[in-house]
Ligand binder design. Structure first.
Ligand code: HEC
Length: 131
């Protein structure tokens, strides 16, 4: 016989499944992307230094990235909404850009972001690089 306990357990499992399906979800620039820049990029692309004329501080990052020409290869946009492969930011993070080093640049060699952070930035661009 199906008692209340089974019922509750069943509902809980159902909820978990729903959460899993919805997991990738919509990426928010402020909530998900900006903290990655704050953490890994601000030393060189912040209020004190703006390497390659790029300031990734919360006040300026979005405006300086989306639909803006890159400094190193002006024919490529830093972020082309919907198209990571053709976005200079993504090429730098993937270490495939034709100029300069991969990002985040380190003292001796270029580092890589965690896969989770890479996935977040890629999904943000794919979803249209919304503010
Ligand atoms: C240790 C300093 C340093 C750190 C940390 C760093 N960068 Fe850079 N970045 C540079 C320098 C220097 C350049 C220009 C020379 C080059 O590309 O190698 C550059 C260039 C860039 C460019 C090219 C901009 C353009 O318009 O041409 C992008 C995009 C970029 N960085 C993104 C990032 C991101 C995103 C992070 C963090 C994940 C990051 N960088 C971390 C030093 C740094």
């Amino acid at each position: 016989m199906l008692n209340a306990r089974h019922w509750i357990l069943g509902s809980l499992l159902g909820l978990c499944a729903l959460t899993l399906v919805a997991a990738p979800g919509e990426v928010s620039f402020k909530r998900d992307v900006q903290p990655i820049f704050d953490h890994h990029c601000a030393d060189c692309h912040g209020t004190k230094k703006q390497k390659a004329r790029l300031n990734l501080s919360p006040e300026t990052a979005y405006q300086e990235l989306v639909n803006m020409s890159s400094a190193e290869i002006p024919s490529i946009l830093r972020v082309k909404p919907g198209d990571p492969a053709d976005s200079y930011l993504w090429q730098k993070l993937e270490h495939t850009a034709k100029k300069g080093s991969g990002m985040p640049k380190g003292w001796f060699w270029a580092k890589n972001l965690d896969q989770k952070d890479m996935d977040t930035i890629k999904a943000w661009i794919e979803q249209g690089a919304k503010p």
